[in-house]
Design a protein around this ligand. Structure first.
Ligand SMILES: [Cu+2]
Length: 477
């Protein structure tokens, strides 16, 4: 079986990589591009703009509208095609997807395809990969949807993500490495009824200022009123129907703007099968934690009939959790769903082992960036190495390089750091977003510079991003 052969080779390579992740002190520095002593032999081909006939064409319209997260609640929100979350886009791996976005908002917008290494011009970062789409204008994004995985799309302008401009994007694999009978997409989000604003603009808690948020170096939390699963508050939860004996795949997306969630399914163990859409060796857990922008897929065996809550608790807020219900066909109408018990086997990053290794990141890196994540002293500003985007130097790299980024978090709050245009290796996992813990937490990631262009690397806490925690990674020859 070629597939299995390829897989075992990959695992061997991965073991080699593991041995090679001891610190290679080979410091590059921002703003300059020192010679790496490695020129040539590792050429990469820029991902060209896709001109093929699309296999799937979709029209999305961004506009203001009203959502009903529960029967008693209606909220002014921004939506794609009057839906919240936006419509699920689902294509086969390798299909050409074309999305025509019409901007019916009163301000500029874009769409970013979170996690998919698209060609640079369709990555959707305003003033980096495209001019923002003006009110009343239309822009078409066309790209080949690969690799397979669980992704989402969202506005990349200002704080628009926290106004509801998001939706799931599923790229189906032709041959999943795990078996399942049915699947559900679970979009977890924090619920902000009002207009999102930075503390420096009088947002967060209505009173502005930094009070109650952990002091000068801490954070303040937007005035979330709860959390959502697939756009619904816990008093009107979505039901996931299952039949005893089925294997059910859940695709969890943390589409929140500022929330780390702990996720459990009452009465059931999960088998985590994918991290950020990419296949991992199946690993059992009764809960996992994910930050804004991360995704996990988990397969659950339906062997415990009844009604059970799927629950996502905010780890950094006091709001009530997001909930949905797993309901067996045999459960009948009576009875309330059971809540999850406390977790005793929480998934750790160290449990994740990618099925296939990432190419181009073995051995010593060609270029290393040591980056400090911290908060400005006086204002609501979040920085990478003391610089707040957009007044920040690009991180310059060359095509073909093995690039390492070592991050140290000097603030007390977590930062879910996301790299556009590339997957990276972190430990034995392949991801595109990784949480850097607070209080001097350190994370090292490695990626192969195989997608030339200008790519944003940033915190996926939307407020941290908007207050400066971003850099452009820029390919130079
Ligand atoms: Cu952050």
């Amino acid at each position: 079986m070629p597939h299995r052969e390829q897989r075992s080779l990959s695992r061997r390579r991965l073991l080699q990589l593991t041995g090679a992740t001891t610190l290679g002190a080979f410091a590059g520095c921002a703003g300059q591009l020192p010679d790496t002593g490695n020129d040539g032999g590792r050429e990469v081909t820029p991902r060209s703009t896709v001109t093929d006939e699309p296999d799937t064409s979709v029209s999305l319209t961004a506009a203001s509208g009203t959502i009903r997260p529960s029967p008693e609640t209606s909220t002014a929100n921004w939506t794609y095609n009057e839906q919240f979350p936006g419509p699920e886009l689902r294509v086969q791996e390798g299909d050409v997807l074309s999305v025509e976005l019409t901007n019916d908002l009163r301000e500029e917008t874009t769409i970013h395809w979170h996690g998919i290494p698209v060609p640079n011009p369709v990555d959707g970062v305003p003033n980096v990969t495209q001019d923002p789409i003006a009110s009343g204008e239309t822009f078409t994004y066309t790209f080949r949807a690969e690799p397979a995985g669980t992704y989402f799309y969202h506005s990349h302008v200002g704080l628009q993500l926290d106004r509801g401009l998001l939706g799931p994007l599923i790229v189906e694999e032709p041959n999943p490495h795990v078996e399942y009978d049915r699947e559900y997409v679970v979009v977890v989000d924090d619920y902000l009824p009002g207009e999102p604003r930075l503390p420096s603009d009088g947002g967060m808690g209505g009173g502005g200022g930094m009070g109650g948020g952990g002091g000068m170096m801490g954070d303040v939390r937007p005035p979330y009123e709860g959390h959502l699963i697939n756009g619904r508050l816990p008093d009107d939860p979505q039901t996931f129907d299952v039949t005893e004996g089925q294997r059910v795949r859940f695709r969890f997306v943390n589409a929140s703007s500022a929330t780390v969630f702990g996720v459990r399914i009452a009465g059931h163990e999960m088998t985590v099968t994918h991290a950020d859409g990419q296949p991992v060796e199946p690993v059992d857990a009764d809960s996992f934690v994910f930050g804004a922008g991360e995704r996990y897929d988990a397969v659950v065996e339906a062997t415990n009939p009844g009604k059970w809550f799927v629950q996502a608790d905010a780890l950094d807020g006091n709001e009530p959790p997001a909930r949905a219900v797993v309901e067996y066909g045999s459960a009948g109408d009576s009875g309330t769903p059971q809540p999850p018990s406390s977790s005793s086997n929480r998934l750790q990053y160290g449990d994740l082992r990618a099925v296939s290794a990432l190419d181009g990141v073995s051995g010593r890196p060609d270029r290393t960036f040591d980056l400090t994540l911290s908060r400005g002293r006086d204002e609501y500003v979040w920085t990478i190495d003391g610089q707040a985007y957009p007044d920040a130097d690009p991180l310059q790299i060359r095509p073909g390089e093995h690039v390492r980024i070592r991050m140290t978090n000097q603030s007390p709050v977590v930062h879910p750091m996301h790299l556009h245009g590339h997957f990276f290796q972190v430990g034995n996992a392949i991801k595109d977003t990784v949480i850097v813990p607070g209080h001097r937490g350190q994370v090292t990631l490695d990626f192969h510079a195989d997608n030339p262009g200008r790519w944003l690397f940033h915190c996926h806490n939307l407020y941290h991003l908007d207050a400066g925690m971003a850099r452009v990674i820029k390919y130079v020859e």
